[in-house]
Design a protein around this ligand. Structure first.
Ligand code: PLP
Length: 437
């Protein structure tokens, strides 16, 4: 059905191959709570292991509930294939370890979720993989860091706290000159941004956020755009051009297109090598939970975006707000990127600097009645956090400023409640925060 439908509202409900359960005709995707699958005969079993036939082997590597979710996610992101994993962190880890081995490097945008910074700077370093950071304000910064061992470029479409939309096409073009894929974390802007259409080779998501949408499930995914040439420059991508001793000498860049007729070597390698070995599988129960969210994500994104625009309008006029941070409020080229890359809204994340520094920021958070004070984004409910006293509390004032966090900075994840109720809660909390001035 996927090829005939183009609208995200419809793809979210009907995208992929699942129409009804082949065994029972159930319309909702069932939870296949099984670890393993009975092989038809010994030849079939041998073929499945040799990748001569595709089918279910073991739930660490594939599961029919996850499969329905994966195909729908691939359709939503306009990619060719998708692999789900146990968390957004696992998706980021897989996206790099699927292209880099010890001695290699990759380039990452400096505008990044803190958990990803830890993974890249510390954990991957211990595995011998080097991250090189580039400031995305100027796309040329990425090119300067490329050398013979650079295997990928990584960035987020809508990173906080700055909320500067990433120059996807510009950086993808630079990467493609050197046969280097761009991996985009699109967690904060599903539906409204399509990185693969703009040249990204791979999209990763924390499904925990807007796609799950209800704050109930942790999950992640990698979508293979099917638009990247892994084999023309074999030295650039050794993991796709050299025989894999762990899989009978398979050369992934060659064998996958031969077996599947599709350019999905990245997704297949992530599944049959990384899921097999690292084991960060998404449980089918959680895949089911994420499907419930996915089915309404397009609708929710509209409400998140329109509520955020209304909140921004209100916040800009409030006397206790020093500054409002929102993708379209950036001046010049950076603000223009929101117009270029986002369609149908500019996201649900809003930053504010409350007048009065740390004390005002704390008072504001404590005074909120409807917003939840949590370290999360993308829930249907409105959320807020004061980084200076929580996620970034280990940093000095200078380090905070370098990370784009002022003492009074509060990150808001605007939910899908009625906009009047969101604004009323913000107003009463800002009035309380104003008492410190
Ligand atoms: N990427 C982004 C942009 C995030 O905000 C997060 C979590 O906050 C992650 C990845 C990691 O996702 P998870 O919490 O599902 O592991």
């Amino acid at each position: 059905m996927t090829k005939e439908i183009k609208n995200p509202e419809t793809i979210a409900l009907h995208g992929g191959e699942y129409r009804s359960d082949p065994a029972t005709t159930a319309v909702a995707v069932p939870i296949y709570r099984t670890t393993s699958y009975q092989f038809k005969d010994t030849d079939t079993a041998a073929n499945l292991f040799a990748l001569k036939e595709f089918g279910n082997i073991y739930t660490r590597i594939m599961n029919p509930t996850n499969d329905a979710l994966e195909k729908r996610l691939a359709a939503i992101e306009e990619g060719l294939a998708c692999v789900t994993v146990g968390s957004g962190q696992a998706a980021s880890t897989f996206s790099i370890t699927n292209v880099c081995q010890s001695g290699d490097n990759f380039i990452s945008s400096t505008d990044l979720y803190g958990g990803t910074v830890n993974l890249f700077t510390h954990t991957l370093k211990k595995l011998g993989i080097e991250v090189r950071y580039a400031d995305p304000v100027n796309p040329k910064n990425f090119e300067k860091l490329i050398d013979d061992k650079t295997r990928a470029i990584y960035a987020e479409t809508l990173p906080n706290p700055y909320l500067r939309v990433f120059p996807i096409e510009e950086v993808s073009d630079i990467g493609r000159k050197y046969n280097i894929p761009l991996i985009m974390d699109n967690t904060a802007s599903p539906i409204i941004c399509k990185p693969i259409e703009q040249g990204a080779a791979v999209v990763v998501h924390s499904l925990t956020k807007y796609i799950g949408g209800h704050g109930t499930v942790i999950g992640g995914c990698l979508v293979d755009g099917g638009n990247f040439d892994w084999t023309t420059n074999p030295k650039r991508q050794p993991l796709f051009n050299e025989p894999d001793a762990s899989y009978g000498g398979a050369v992934w860049g060659k064998v996958v297109p031969e077996l599947t007729g599709a350019n999905v070597a990245f997704a297949v390698r992530a599944r049959v090598v990384l899921l097999r070995d690292l084991g960060s599988a998404l449980a089918p129960d959680n895949a089911f939970g994420i499907i419930q969210g996915l089915e309404t994500v397009a609708l929710r994104m509209k409400q998140h975006c329109s509520n955020a625009e209304k909140a921004v309008e209100f916040l800009q006029k409030h006397k206790n707000v020093e500054r409002v941070i929102y993708p379209t409020l950036h001046k010049g080229e950076i603000g223009d990127r929101a117009k270029k890359y986002f369609k149908g809204g500019n996201g649900g994340l809003v930053g504010i600097e409350v007048k009065g520094g740390v004390e005002a920021g704390k008072k504001f958070i404590e005074a909120l009645k409807m917003f939840y004070h949590v370290a999360n984004i993308g829930d249907a409910r409105s959320l807020a956090i004061h980084p200076a006293t929580t996620t970034h509390s280990q940093l000095t004032e200078k380090e905070l400023l370098a990370a784009g966090v002022t003492l009074g900075y509060v990150r808001l994840s605007i939910g899908i409640e009625h906009p009047d109720d969101i604004i009323a809660d913000l107003k009463q909390a800002l009035d309380v925060a104003g008492s410190v001035n």
